[in-house]
Design a protein around this ligand. Sequence first.
Ligand code: AMP
Ligand code: MG
Length: 403
Amino acid sequence: MIPVADAIQIVKNQTRGLESERVALSQALGRYLAEDIIADTDLPPFDRSQMDGYAVRAADIVNVPTKLKIVGESAAGRGWHNEMKTDEAVRIMTGAPVPIGADSVQQVELTRELDGGEAVEILEPVTLGRSIVKRGAEIKTGETVLRAGERINAGAVAVLASFGYAQVNVGRRPRVAILATGTELVAVDQKPGQDQIRDSNNFSIAAYALLGGATIQRMPLAGDDIAQLKQQIAGAAERADIIITSGGVSVGRYDFTKTVLKELGAEIFFERVALRPGKPAVFARLRNGALVFGLPGNPVSVSVTFNLFARAAILAMQGAAETELEAGTALLSHSIKPSKDRESYLPARLSISEQAQLLVEPLKWGGSSDFIGFVRATALIIVPSGTHKIDAGTLVKIVYLPQ
Ligand code: AMP
Ligand code: MG
């Protein structure tokens, strides 16, 4: 049995990044950058007005109201490119370039036009530089804006668009084949017969894998049958970068996943982790290079072991800089009595207290098969092995669950 941290390290060590590919910006959301993103222009590219109003010289407005002569108009995309002199004003719109000679913008609400648009009365003084964003204040040409390995979120899409990245290099999405094993399983559209249950793991694994950026290939359900499992895993390996199975990794008489992996000549990196839930998690590599995660069958164990181990590989293949679950600390809202022999990852829900503290509430759950209780989980509480009890109000380690 190896510690969780060692298992995660092994996954990282054994996972190679996939090649990068160029995708259209419209397809880039959620992908991982395979190149640094460099500003090809200053932003803003010119001194820009932040308000609709009048470009003025602050020093002209000593007493108010002050009357200034309107000498032109600067609109967004159509600036006024002469020099503004003292006691003059230029009508200006948000996003428009500030004319040479002007040093401030007074917002339109604090002005009044006179003489049929020939002049303007400035009703309030304006501080120097008011409502102007100077050229390059946000970023300068040549600066690195985003780095390879960062995830492209909606904000990053806007940045990429601003700097002309109509296409962008990203890590290829890993192809993940998903295989639920167990003679008791029937498909979601079937009514379970005697001793049967519907397969849910294929769906939760697919959902988590999609959240991690993978593409999915669903294999047909496999019974607890060596020949069938072998055929399915070997078949999946032909196209997949990662194969994720569920079920059949414990010590039961009909747990055949490890047997099959060994028969296929797989290199097994670990097969027992000091983790609750999820002790029998398996990590291996088939001869052709495909990684295999043999997750336990219990649905909550699946969620925990997927997110600790398989997710790290999915992200690492895409070149993600950060492959582990986001971690933090929170105040425990109710006391817990975890299992003592292994590190526990307990389903929990985060909330913010009225005192603005992050609280974590351990969810009542009936163990690793209780995925109904797990639905509300937004985090896992990490409890070191050997812990007997943790009192309410204690600061505990947590990881956020991808949602
Ligand atoms: P196993 O790891 O094969 O011993 O399975 C542990 C428990 O998880 C058993 O109660 C199984 O019926 C259940 N289980 C296994 N596979 C699935 C699945 N795909 N969907 C839902 N439950 C499952
Ligand atoms: Mg089973």
